[in-house]
Design a protein around this ligand. Structure first.
Ligand code: NAG
Length: 401
């Protein structure tokens, strides 16, 4: 009893501390956003506290909270929903029940969660994928993948790639009545990193016969080599995702070694031999002026660390590091960026790079958008901006797939 009272008291104090964290003027539903942001900050505080006193790791606590929201595969009058595996990769399959005269479109979806947590089972993803399947009369395959820090890069990517390759087989497409020429891969946040990397691999691998028609990247993370681009500076204490949390989680994708996040905070973590890669993320050239503002470009300091993490230089972890020749065959691409998002500039730079090599790109920028907004399309935590993002994405898909 006393413990519960203590916890409640602590919660109230933290809430009172965090609720007045200033947010930008044009954010809609201000009180809701401020409340949710305070909630997120409390979770981070508790997770850090538990980690510091040695009870559990930071990401274990957050992961536990996510698990509370997992859903079962529920079919309804329109859709048959089942949890199955592709080889050994768990997927949730949404098949429209209505008879179709023609083959259907298909969407393969990768959930976000910083490579450390989440699943297609989360309510918001389940709703999004149902919605996609219903709206487009499409087959939707939502893919889970092994998570960090138990599994580091490239496990997540290998799982995603294996699921996509499995689905792209003629006999599987036939089984589900899918049109091989109308397949899209989509994802949000770290799921969009996987989407971008897998699209590059599929389109450039001569052994994969079936190619994809479209890719959709929703507030994607596309590079892990420069941790001080303008959106990192502007959103250092950003809504729902701060720079410190972002660095902590991204570094777990590569290693549990605490040296990496420390060096990342100073932007002094890349090896000397990565010098040639920085032209691919040179925001002073790749960002439109509107977003560069008066930020001053400084090259990251290289060669200050002793570890060797080849993943940091790999374009499968940072799709922005692909050469132009690896980008030019990419399919029609949808990129959505949010103004108040630490990852904003990754998406913006990819728009420029793809346009430079002639890939068809459609870009939506949400002026009052925040990172992770798509996770707020289920009550009681819904936000208008979440529905706006969903609707923009679905309407692009409907026209372009
Ligand atoms: C980045 O671009 C600036 C010009 O805006 C240039 O001076 C600098 O050398 C470039 N750095 C890299 C690593 O490409």
């Amino acid at each position: 009893m006393r413990f519960k009272a203590f916890c409640f008291g602590l919660f109230c104090i933290l809430f009172a501390l965090y609720i007045y964290t200033p947010i930008p003027d044009n954010i809609e539903e201000r009180w809701k956003v401020m409340t949710m942001d305070a909630g997120a900050r409390i979770c981070v505080f508790v997770a850090l506290f538990l980690e510091n006193i040695g009870i559990m790791r930071f990401e274990e606590f957050i992961s536990m909270l996510y698990t509370l929201d997992y859903t079962q595969p529920l079919s309804d009058e329109h859709l048959t929903v089942t949890d199955i595996t592709f080889i050994d990769i768990p997927v949730r399959l949404y098949l429209p029940k209505r008879k179709s005269e023609t083959l259907r479109r298909a969407v393969i979806y990768f959930h976000g969660g910083a490579f450390c947590f989440g699943s297609f089972k989360l309510t918001a993803y389940d709703l999004l994928n149902r919605w996609t399947s219903n709206r487009l009369d499409a087959v939707v395959v939502a893919v889970d993948y092994r998570l960090a820090p138990q599994h580091h890069f490239p496990a997540q990517l290998e799982d995603g790639m294996a699921a996509v390759k499995f689905f792209l087989q003629d006999k599987i497409l036939r089984k589900y009545g899918v049109d091989p020429n109308r397949i899209c891969i989509s994802g949000d946040s770290s799921g969009a990193t996987l989407t971008a990397a897998i699209s590059q691999e599929v389109q450039n691998d001569p052994e994969i016969k079936r190619k994809i028609k479209a890719q959709a990247l929703l507030y994607p993370a596309l590079q892990a080599i420069d941790s001080y681009v303008p959106s990192h500076r502007e959103n250092e204490h950003g809504i729902l995702l701060t720079r410190d949390t972002c660095i902590k989680l991204v570094s777990l994708y590569f290693t549990k070694d605490e040296v990496l996040p420390q060096a990342m905070k100073r932007n002094q973590y890349m090896p000397l031999e990565s010098k040639h890669l920085f032209k691919f993320v040179n925001w002073s050239i790749l960002l439109p002026e509107k977003y560069r503002k008066d930020h001053v470009y400084t090259e990251p300091i290289l060669g200050r660390t002793s570890y060797s993490l080849p993943g940091l230089m790999d374009n499968r972890a940072s799709p922005l590091l692909a050469k132009d020749s690896q980008l030019q065959d990419l399919p029609s691409t949808y990129i959505l960026t949010c103004q108040y998002d630490i990852l904003r500039d990754d998406g913006l730079m990819y728009v420029t790079r793809l346009q430079n090599v002639g890939v068809q790109v459609f870009h939506d920028h949400i002026e009052n958008g925040i990172h992770g907004a798509l996770s707020f399309i289920s009550p009681p935590f819904y936000l208008h901006v979440g529905f706006k993002i969903r609707d923009k994405y679905i309407s692009w898909l409907d026209k372009n797939l």
